[in-house]
Ligand binder design. Structure first.
Ligand code: FDA
Length: 304
């Protein structure tokens, strides 16, 4: 049953007609509980509140299915404006972004041009940019962009997904780049040809990647709401005497808020991933796919 609902919501997350419908009818169905508003200005008070509670933030301007050059350039412009607003409002926030939103499906040159502009602004304000990882068909191209840009832009991170067979090798290849890596399980619908079909293998591989990256001495963001992963990391850093400034926990806005506070109280750095923007639809559907319990608040949201 869980697998069926997961596949159903992952299918919906890719449905362009529903995406357009959702955008027209605004932020509904409970999406506002996990999305920080439709504009960066709306997200600012939330970021200030999270910072006030001791949480760091990474903002993500939601956007998928970008297939026009003009829109990709607009997205880059929005990202630059958000960097400027982070700096002028002295927010403790980084920025996350997807390569398809900057034109990955259009041309490599377009993404690189957009990334150079974004990274120039980010470097000016010493703000870290993390490249989100999308579905497996874009993984190689995304990591190539990361490698090409990392040497001139130290404040650049990316994501490795433990459900992919290739990730262990990717970690080895990234090691010489002194990478800032967010390690996740992976959120897209993937075939058994490229990804572990069994959840326990995905979980085991995430633990393996966390250990390997931390012991390689690379800064590691452990991005999971799973108690088993968090407990594993705590035990590991204790055993190997890894200082708390070499890693952080990351969680999505609105998820496991008590656990975020508990980790803060224990002295760990916790960063909240706060998405904002009109394109909340695909993001919301993937969260529903991950956790059927989220459906309850989505249904309640219809009537709010
Ligand atoms: P998982 O969904 O496997 O759940 C394991 C257990 O954790 C559950 O059984 C439950 O006990 C507990 N749990 C999970 N969620 C809970 C909740 N809301 N409330 C209570 N208990 C809960 N993916 C991707 O493909 N590319 C990317 O770039 C990113 N980026 C990213 C950033 C950040 C900050 C996070 C946290 C996640 C991502 N992801 C991602 C998503 C990631 O790949 C993954 O799909 C989700 O984090 C879900 O996996 P978990 O490890 O959180 O737990």
């Amino acid at each position: 049953m869980e697998a069926i609902s997961k596949n159903f919501f992952l299918y919906l997350s890719n449905n362009k007609m529903l995406d357009r419908f959702a955008k027209r009818f605004g932020s509904r169905f409970g999406a506002d509980k996990i999305v920080g508003g439709e504009t960066f200005s709306q997200a600012i008070p939330l970021i200030q509140q999270l910072n006030h509670e001791g949480l760091e933030v990474t903002v993500d301007h939601l956007g998928e299915f970008v297939d026009s050059e003009a829109e990709a350039r607009d997205r880059a412009g929005e990202c630059i404006r958000s960097i400027q607003q982070i700096a002028s409002n002295q927010l403790k926030s980084e920025v996350s972004l997807k390569m398809t939103s900057l034109g990955l499906d259009i041309s490599h040159e377009l993404v690189m041009e957009n990334m150079e502009l974004i990274l120039k602004e980010a470097q000016k304000h010493n703000i870290t940019i993390t490249i989100d990882m999308e579905d497996s068909s874009r993984c190689g191209a995304t990591l190539d962009i990361y490698k090409a840009l990392k040497k001139d832009h130290p404040n650049l991170g990316t994501v490795i997904q433990s459900y992919l067979y290739r990730s262990d090798e990717d970690l080895d290849e990234l090691d010489p780049y002194d990478p800032y890596l967010r390690l996740v399980k992976g959120a897209y619908k993937e075939s058994g040809k490229v990804a572990f079909p069994e959840k326990n293998l995905v979980d085991d591989n995430l633990k393996h990647l966390i250990k390997k990256n931390l012991l390689n001495g690379n800064y590691t963001a452990i991005a999971s709401h799973d108690d088993a992963i968090v407990d594993y990391t705590k035990q590991l850093v204790k055993e190997h005497d890894i200082p708390t400034d070499r890693f952080e926990f990351q969680m999505l806005y609105g998820m496991r808020t008590q656990m975020q506070q508990d980790l803060l109280n224990e002295g760990y750095t916790v960063r909240v991933y706060l998405p904002y923007g009109e394109d909340w639809y695909g993001y919301f559907m993937r969260r529903l796919a991950e956790r059927p319990a989220n459906i309850a608040f989505a249904v309640r949201g219809i009537f709010n």
